[in-house]
Design a binder for this molecule. Structure first.
Ligand code: IVH
Length: 711
């Protein structure tokens, strides 16, 4: 069905009726879907970048003004890199992670301090690091088996990437055959395009009336992710190798030697890679690279530091998405001036009132920006959380000329405001003290930078945001129940809390009349939805915890909590105990690697808040929560409760804990009858005695390392 172009396209969003907004959103979804398809699939775009951005912005502003009309297939939820139809999927044997960021010299010193602390080398100087340019392209993993290029995959979501083997084979920097390498070798690196090649490609595209690219990174990504490899072949792509994944034998003992080996196999490696013996040397090399940036001939956006000793890299290991042994020191962000049209207040699922700057669209570092975060009311008023002036105390007012910056993929921010261009009578922005969605008082607790709506579940914005989070992909992910449906059900008063989703069949299932009479619902689709809901009654503990939408608790923290407590009732009891200060529940909670005091406070508060708790209890009553499977169920310590005490000599306490948890053990701070193993180093005192009294198995550090196979 071809949808007619809406006549309201030029009308201000505020003037649209519900029906007009709905029709426009539907048209925009079709247009943007077609544009995405032609961009990623056929490389024959039919609209310009600017038009594409304009449609996206229009879509976003209608969604903001009419949040309940946001479509399930909303174009704003689509990530540019979503796997295109037609690419096979490849599961990475070793996940492809990202890097933590450093933005200042202090951050680099802090990184070195963290590394040395983790390794128990606080007082030693001279831990060696490699420093190399951070290439602004897209990462690629190349798997060689017996020296033959077997397959190539993009990073995708880090776990599963797109199979781009045929495309990778067309890149001249990528050898098809290598010799002297381990039988299995995954080489990882960055696909990029040089400035010169980018300019030529854009000129060719433009001559042919085809889409030009906004920057070399987009051009590289668009060229590699082609369904037709002959298009990739015609694109001048290059590749730098800087890392590896799955290996059948180690490459070397140091990062620098491993990179030298990759070079000996025929890969291009970056000539600006250097070994640095301390943070000062790292920063000096960063400055040298920054000076050469403009003449390198390809885009880089920072410098990556990596611990050189691979044994130490192994000991340092990974946090949920980033390695502890590496960091990216980013170059300062790019800047642009534009006009602040208005300040909107959005209400999140935790009730936070977030001010958003609506800007006259401007290009910053190759990306069109029309929204920026304003953080909170202090930030708008020109002061930081401690009341100290920022921007020398200059506040931000609607109508102002503001300077925007963006670093990498982070949300654009406002850096400065030009007072000389401000109208004399421009009023200061007054931050609302009532929720714009439900009218409840919005209050700021002491020490909190954010003002929050006190409406809780009566606030439609919070309730809807919570429900949308609840049905989202990483959470319950119920087929046929997306953001659009929960909003519709909420508007109809059928679903107000997550538990209501699970009673839908009981309430409407028999007659199905009310549902059947609704737009787009028939008996089959309603039954299908009820079946999909029922299929999610069995749910993993980590997903359940994540789905609750508790402030600060993301999916990786939910995973940590689930692994630690194992069962819903153990988790629930521990939260109650931590709240009332019983036993060592609080200490145990905050001793989980990755769970700090702020998250712990948020957890126990949410779990004890009356309305929230009633909603959680009602939900859990509808479910069969599956216990967490220990991270590594085949390890000898999986599921065991372990306590470390005394001085550990071969590893630091943080390292011992992270390693034990990675093997599926639960690490506790105190000995009880439930403790399975006490690892006691020299100087162990009362805990060792208590363990002996309770008959808990006790061993020294060497025995522990033998037990876990690390001796
Ligand atoms: S090392 C465990 N080295 O930056 C992570 N990454 O922001 C190993 N990147 O996903 C990555 N240049 O795509 C590494 N010299 C370099 C890099 C580099 C660019 C990219 C890579 C990574 C992203 C993280």
């Amino acid at each position: 069905m071809t949808k007619k172009t809406p006549t309201t396209l030029q009308a201000p969003v505020e003037s649209l009726t519900n029906a007009q907004a709905k029709a426009e959103l539907s048209w925009l979804a079709t247009q943007l879907r077609a544009a995405n398809k032609s961009y990623h699939g056929a490389d024959a775009p039919d609209i310009s970048d600017a038009d594409y951005d304009h449609l996206k912005q229009r879509n976003k502003s209608i969604e903001t003004a009419f949040p309940t009309l946001k479509r399930d297939d909303s174009p704003s939820e689509q990530i540019g890199a979503a796997p295109a139809d037609g690419f096979g999927k490849i599961k990475h044997v070793v996940r492809m992670l990202s890097l933590g960021n450093a933005f200042s010299d202090d951050d680099v010193f802090d990184f070195d301090t963290r590394v040395r602390k983790y390794l128990g080398r606080e007082n030693e100087i001279g831990l060696a690091y490699t420093a190399e340019p951070k290439i602004d392209g897209l990462s690629l993993s190349l798997r060689y088996e017996n020296g033959h290029l077997f397959q190539a995959a993009t990073r995708g979501d880090g776990e599963v990437g797109e199979n781009v083997t045929a495309n990778a084979r067309t890149i001249s920097d990528i050898p098809h055959q290598i010799s002297g390498a381990p039988d299995v070798l995954e080489v990882r690196g960055e696909v990029y395009m040089s400035h010169e090649d980018f300019a030529e490609l854009n000129a060719r595209q433009s001559d042919a009336g085809a889409k030009t690219f906004a920057n070399p990174r987009n051009a590289a990504a668009g060229s590699l992710r082609q369904l037709d490899a002959s298009i990739t072949r015609a694109r001048p792509l290059r590749f730098f190798a800087y890392a590896w994944g799955d290996l059948s034998a180690p490459l070397a003992q140091t990062q620098s030697d491993a990179i030298a080996r990759l070079q000996s196999f025929g890969f291009s490696t970056n000539p600006l890679t250097q070994i640095c013996s301390d943070p000062a040397a790292m920063i000096a090399h960063y400055q040298k690279i920054e000076q050469q940036r403009a003449t390198l001939g390809y885009d880089i956006d920072g410098v990556v530091y990596k611990v050189n000793d691979l044994g130490l890299q192994h000991r340092l290991g990974f946090r949920s998405t980033t390695p502890r042994w590496a960091i990216a020191h980013k170059f300062p962000a790019e800047l642009a001036w534009t006009r602040l049209e208005r300040i909107d207040i959005q209400v999140g699922r935790t009730g936070a009132l977030s001010p958003v700057a609506r800007l006259t669209p401007v290009t910053v570092g190759g990306v069109v920006v029309s929204n920026a975060t304003l953080h909170n009311e202090d930030y708008i008023a020109g002061r930081d959380g401690d009341g100290q002036p920022i921007r020398e105390g200059r506040d931000i007012r609607p109508g102002d000329w503001v300077q925007i910056y963006r670093a990498g993929d982070v949300i654009p921010k406002i850096k400065d405001v030009d007072l000389s261009r401000r109208a004399k009578d421009a009023p200061a922005f007054v931050f609302p003290d009532h929720c714009p969605e439900c009218g409840s008082a919005a209050i700021r607790e002491e020490g909190d930078a954010v003002r929050r709506c006190t409406g809780g579940m009566i606030c439609p914005a919070q309730a809807i945001e919570k429900l949308r989070h609840f049905v989202s992909r990483g959470a319950f992910d119920i087929e046929g129940m997306g953001a659009k449906q929960v909003e519709q059900f909420y508007a109809d008063g059928w679903v107000e809390t997550p538990a209501d989703i699970f009673t839908l069949r009981a309430r409407f299932g028999d007659g199905l009349q009310q549902l059947k009479n609704r737009d787009g619902w028939g008996e089959t689709s309603a039954n299908k939805l009820f079946d999909a809901i029922d299929s999610k009654r069995q749910i993993a503990l980590s997903r359940l915890i994540y789905s609750l939408g508790i402030r600060h608790v993301g999916d990786s923290s939910a995973g940590l909590l689930a692994n630690h407590y194992g069962r819903w009732d153990a988790f629930e009891t521990a939260m109650t105990q931590a709240q009332i200060g019983e036993g060592d529940a609080w200490d145990t909670l905050t001793s989980i690697d990755g769970i700090g005091a702020v998250m712990a406070t948020s957890l126990i508060t949410a779990m004890q808040q009356e309305a929230e708790r009633a909603s959680i209890d009602a939900l859990v009553a509808q479910l069969e929560v599956q216990d967490a499977v220990a991270a590594s169920s085949d390890s000898p310590v999986a599921g065991k409760i372990v306590v470390f005490t005394g001085t550990l000599e071969k590893m630091t306490r943080a390292e011992a804990k992270a390693r034990a948890e990675a093997l599926g053990a639960k690490v506790s701070g105190s000995v009880s009858a439930k403790t399975d193993i006490l690892v006691a180093g020299p100087g162990a005192g009362s805990k060792a005695k208590k363990a002996a009294d309770l008959g808990v198995q006790t061993m020294d550090e060497d025995d522990w390392l033998t037990l876990i196979g690390d001796a």
